[in-house]
Design a protein. Sequence first.
Length: 113
Amino acid sequence: MFKQVLFSDIPDVLVKATNTSTMAHSADLTCEASGVPNNYTYVTWEHTWPGHASVLRRFPGSKVLHLGNLTYQDSGIYTCRVGNGAKYSRNKNAGEGSTYFLVQGNFFIKIKL
């Protein structure tokens, strides 16, 4: 007689983004999760600035975060949080993934003569 053992693990998360410029006008950041079970709930997106703990903006959870009307202020660290009902993991960062996203812009300096 065989006994079935169910294994579950908090998902590993990978966030993909391509650095861009303000000329692109918009960008998509993608949140890819892998784990067992594979029924994922995309909890939230957070936008922070490197070296600062405070959250600049929060977005509803989704697999793809669409950013429009890009400015340099959209640059920063974007973190996606994902759940799948699993409670434990040996990885303390399981269930979240982050990437640094850069929006290059034109800077103008006005000089009075």
